[in-house]
Design a protein around this ligand. Sequence first.
Ligand SMILES: Nc1ncnc2c1ncn2[C@@H]1O[C@H](COP(=O)(O)OP(=O)(O)OP(=O)(O)O)[C@@H](O)[C@H]1O
Length: 275
Amino acid sequence: MTAGTSAAGVGVPSVEGTQRTRPGWAHDGRGRAVSAVLELTDVHKDYGGVAALDGLDLRVEEGELVALLGPNGAGKTTTFELLLGLGRPTRGTVRVLGAAPGTHRGRVGAMLQGAGLPEQVTVRELVGLVGRAYPRAYATDDVLDRTRLARHAGKVVTALSGGERQRLLLALALVGAPDLLLLDEPTAAMDVASRRAFWERAREAVSDGGTLLFATHDLTEAQGVADRVVVVADGRVRADATPDDLTRHGRDDLEQVFLTLTQEHSHAGPDGEDR
Ligand SMILES: Nc1ncnc2c1ncn2[C@@H]1O[C@H](COP(=O)(O)OP(=O)(O)OP(=O)(O)O)[C@@H](O)[C@H]1O
């Protein structure tokens, strides 16, 4: 399926000559790959005496939108770092798009917490510059339109508000037409309307077979956006289910389910302070 053709109805920018299907992978009857887009198997990551990940297992298939939930220090950012090849597991295996992390950089778009940006370039210059680093990139103006940044295109990065800056980070993650989008707490600084618009953009971007893994502390956001919610605490998966199954079809409150699953594993005491 060509991203440009399939995207026409949902307004995703066109990109010529690209295929979402992956040669050499098993495909189902509709030409979709059935191999995992990402897979972590019994992954451990130690930092000195701290076990950031302690036997984490996670598999995400093509086209899935998966939310990673967990208390502070659960291991979410560490998971993203390993998936991006920014660190290596102490033990266990990590595969992304069928290969070692970092092998297919051009097919993975990411937004990391606290990502730095050059300050004195304009929004348009930066999106164009990053796009040129990818083998198949969307047109800069298309990406600016889709992330509602067109009217800020001539501003330098330092002139952006917090929410606009977040949208710029999303634009940079999207411009390379990624098959896999990894977003670590992408909406943390956004107001309600910006969050809603952000998720519309992100969902559009993966609507033609792309895959999305995102971390959030906002349970409503996880419930509204994700097909599947993975709850992590102390470096392990504590639950992995659809939002509907986790809440027993709405009979339970997701916040209470989350607290029950994570409380005994949280680094924070009842008052929210680190122990
Ligand atoms: N470079 C590092 N050196 C030492 N410890 C680290 C390092 N990176 C992470 N850790 C520790 O690993 C654990 C997991 O951290 P991580 O950042 O993955 O958690 P998180 O789930 O993303 O948390 P948050 O929700 O607060 O962002 C924490 O205890 C953290 O202090």
